[in-house]
Design a protein around this ligand. Structure first.
Ligand code: 5GP
Ligand code: 5GP
Length: 250
């Protein structure tokens, strides 16, 4: 997508130059017209409108009938972990698998791996070292923002966001602890909003006993991948929460 975008921008710029030379750059109305056409085409070429930054509570991922497996590198901390950084459109739809020519390459992020093991652990079975999860997230989502963030930039942006949005610390300061008790979803969302200054979206799942539990927290991020913003749109669906949900231990 990035290459296509760059090529089309280059062609338009060359066209603009040829046309303005042809008009000897004297006819300012004509020049202005060409400039407008070029600007409009360039803004239409935008890849996505914002990111969802999604964190998951490991206790809730594990406490379901699918169960979970601790990574080969050891049990992750009792903290929220990154699920993903997902480019999205403000109409609610989203791009995916944008560039098969840019596969996951772990050698580009070797300096980030120990932080990824701690903050972006994979809990799926069989027990694994996280590479399959990271590769999936890069190829499905990361390749759709590659015009802004290369692989290193993408994973680094997610890790920086994780330290900026310290959900467990925010919730615990509000008296909301992973202790297996039930908490009101609106109270959880308000605590997070007070902590980060923006309204989050909460998704829940169901434990083996059929109780709804706090599973994922979505916050929105600008197209640079660095600043939090109000969500232009929340994900489709109701997030599967009931008014009060369990916050299981991990
Ligand atoms: P997504 O839901 O982002 O499209 O895909 C998540 C994929 O990553 C699924 O195939 C899931 O099995 C795999 N995966 C591996 N580890 C984890 C994990 O810790 N959490 C989640 N949510 N998915 C994981
Ligand atoms: P689920 O159906 O479990 O909510 O989502 C499955 C997968 O679809 C997610 O892991 C993610 O890869 C993708 N997905 C679901 N909802 C959204 C969304 O609103 N935006 C984006 N970008 N991806 C999503």
């Amino acid at each position: 997508m990035g290459t296509k975008f760059n090529r089309s921008v280059l062609i338009k710029l060359l066209l603009l130059q040829c046309l303005s030379v042809l008009s000897e750059a004297q006819d300012s109305d004509f020049f202005y017209f060409v400039q407008q056409v070029t600007d409009t085409s360039m803004s239409e070429a935008q890849d996505f409108d914002f990111f969802y930054f999604v964190q998951q509570w490991p206790g809730s991922y594990c406490d379901t009938s699918q169960s979970c497996c601790y990574p080969t590198t050891g049990k992750p901390p009792s903290d929220f972990g990154i699920h993903g950084l997902w480019p999205n459109y403000k109409n609610g739809s989203y791009p995916s698998y944008c560039d098969p020519d840019n596969p996951y390459d772990e050698s580009e992020i070797s300096d980030l791996i120990s932080s990824m093991q701690e903050n972006w652990a994979s809990l799926s079975c069989p027990s694994n070292n996280g590479s399959t999860f990271w590769s999936h997230e890069w190829e499905k989502h990361g390749t759709c923002s590659e015009s802004v963030l290369d692989q290193h930039g993408y994973f680094q942006a997610a890790l920086k966001l994780k330290s900026k949005v310290d959900l467990l610390q925010i919730l615990q300061s509000a008296g909301i602890n992973p202790d297996g008790r039930n908490y009101t979803v609106s109270v959880i969302a308000s605590a997070i909003r007070d902590g980060i200054g923006y309204t989050p979206w909460i998704a829940c799942n169901v434990d083996v006993a059929g109780n709804r539990q706090l599973y994922e927290v979505y916050v929105c991020v600008d197209t640079s991948g660095s600043s939090l913003i109000e969500c232009p749109v929340f994900p489709q669906g109701d997030g599967k929460c009931t008014s009060s949900v369990e916050f299981p231990a991990f």
